[in-house]
Design a binder for this molecule. Structure first.
Ligand SMILES: *Cc1c(COP(=O)(O)O)cnc(C)c1O
Length: 432
């Protein structure tokens, strides 16, 4: 049986392996809940973008909010990536790894004055500005610091909702970006304001997009704008098409990054914009399929026999030691993520809701899953490399999971399990 996602996370006989290591053995060695990542899978995902961009002036900026663990940032930094950040905290993570500020773009709708000051001080490559008010504040902050902020305006291209209803950030009526009808006026304003230098244009139309259509629509709108802006004498040096490419959680079949980028390049070349520096900000598509969340089955709780009340017909619960605080995607987005036993049992499966220990009915990892498991077995949630550990919380005073990185037969602990003392170390009792 093949698994969705990465070829580096696969069965060897009855055991689930991540590259050359048994997932159950990793769980025994490091405890659970445990995030385990395939480094080869991350680099292969990046290579798909890189292959399409060979010979072009480009920068792939990993959107680190997908997974901002230092060793993950380091992996992409060593492979030549730049980074897309959305907070001052992410900026400090990148700097802590030794990333050059000149390879960092700063996105986000709510940058604070302090975040702008710090980003100017270290000299980030570009601010992706999302509103007119932000443009004004950035101008004032930069001018008073005696710095120049390089800016790109994030355009909301309002790509057709009728044909692409799953796109969530590139439509008018959401909080992201500057409406494309207002773009030219904002560029003219940016060119006048002190402390700003226009360098590019960007968009980011959504996430988990599984076909090229909306990207091509957005690209056309941006190219139209570039032509209109440059006709007014403002040079646009780079074109940043954001992130958003989907991955396979179950049976989705997104284009490869290579195929997507090639189709975008064809359009860019056909319209005579092939000389521009190109940027992408992939997050999920670089790390999502590379990770698993490993958890131990604590209890099986069989459902009650139906007692005349159809609604009371028994559900079976598989209670595991990972919870919504470790993996929020199912609770937050009703996301479907595949769950497998780390060691196959040759017995008939039962149907379970896989749930965690947190005191919320929303605390589930998967519903109606066929599993053959006993208490003490390990299960793995697949495609948990993106928006998983980076969204973990301490709800129910649960420390965050440990993380390991695997490459071939090698394994490195890249984050310690969070010790319980640290969860309230910064708190203060009232005077008695
Ligand atoms: C989140 C985000 C990305 C990455 O999105 P993915 O769907 O993970 O590829 C890129 N750019 C911006 C501005 C973002 O907010």
């Amino acid at each position: 049986m093949t698994l969705p996602g990465s070829p580096h996370i696969a069965w060897r006989g009855d055991d689930l392996f991540i590259e050359g290591r048994s997932v159950a053995q990793l769980a025994r060695a490091h405890g659970t809940p445990l995030y385990a990542y395939s480094k080869t899978s991350m680099l292969a995902a990046l290579a798909s973008y890189q292959r399409a961009l060979v010979g072009r002036d480009h920068l792939i900026c990993y959107a680190m909010k997908a997974n901002s663990t230092l060793a993950v940032i380091q992996t992409f930094a060593q492979a030549g990536c730049g980074f897309d950040i959305v907070s001052g905290g992410e900026l400090e993570r990148a700097l802590a790894v030794g990333v050059a500020a000149s390879k960092i773009v700063f996105s986000g709708v709510g940058k604070t004055r302090a975040e702008m000051q710090r980003a100017l001080e270290v000299g980030v490559m570009c601010f992706n500005v999302e509103s007119e008010a932000e443009l004004d504040l950035l101008s004032r902050v930069a001018a008073s610091a005696g710095k120049t902020a390089r800016v790109s305006l994030r355009i909301n291209p309002d790509v057709d909702a009728g044909t692409h209803p799953y796109i969530s950030t590139g439509l008018k009526g959401n909080k992201f970006g500057i409406a494309h009808q207002d773009a030219l006026a904002n560029y003219l304003r940016a060119a006048e304001l002190p402390g700003l230098e226009v360098v590019g244009i960007d968009c980011h139309i959504g996430s988990q997009i599984t076909d090229a259509g909306p990207y091509l629509d957005a690209l056309d709108r941006l190219l139209d704008l570039i032509e209109a802006i440059e006709a007014r004498g403002i040079a646009i040096r780079h074109l940043d098409l954001g992130g958003g490419l989907g991955i396979t959680y179950n049976d989705e079949a997104p284009p490869s990054a290579e195929a997507l980028v090639k189709s975008l390049l064809d359009r860019i070349d056909a319209r005579g914009h092939g000389h521009r520096k190109l940027m992408f900000e992939p997050g999920r598509s670089l790390v999502g399929n590379a990770g698993v969340l490993v958890s131990e089955v604590l209890y099986l709780k069989p459902g009650r026999e139906p007692d005349g009340d159809p609604a009371g017909a028994g559900k079976n619960f598989c209670i595991v030691d990972a919870a919504m605080n470790d993996l929020m995607r199912p609770a937050m987005y009703q996301a479907w993520m595949k769950i497998v036993a780390c060691r196959a049992r040759h017995e008939p499966p039962m149907r379970f809701d896989v749930v965690g220990p947190v005191c919320e009915s929303g605390d589930w990892l998967g519903k109606d899953r066929e599993l053959a498991v006993h208490a003490g077995d390990f299960v793995a949630v697949l495609s948990a490399g993106a928006y998983s550990m980076s969204m973990a919380s301490n709800y129910n005073t649960r420390g965050r999971a440990a993380e390991v990185m695997v490459s071939g037969d090698q394994v490195w602990l890249i984050r310690d399990r969070e010790p319980v003392e640290s969860l309230f170390a910064g708190e203060h009792l009232l005077p008695s």
